[in-house]
Design a protein around this ligand. Sequence first.
Ligand SMILES: [Zn+2]
Length: 79
Amino acid sequence: MNKLYQLIQEWGRRSLGDILAEQFRRFKVWWLKTPPNPWPEELDEAVARNDSKMICPRCSTLQSDRAWFCPMRRGGRAI
Ligand SMILES: [Zn+2]
């Protein structure tokens, strides 16, 4: 028998309340789980430090504190 048929057979033996309670429990676990951080810890710390500098995401040129657009490219890239 295939997997779907076995699943349907199993659901037929259980009550609707049990199925809904299980699905709600799974939803709660999924909802409360925090997503994994894709960045290494040392990178997170380097970005959060007070002495870290702001750079252009395209050309990595250092930017001033008040820059909104990169001066290195014509038209400027938003910082
Ligand atoms: Zn740039």
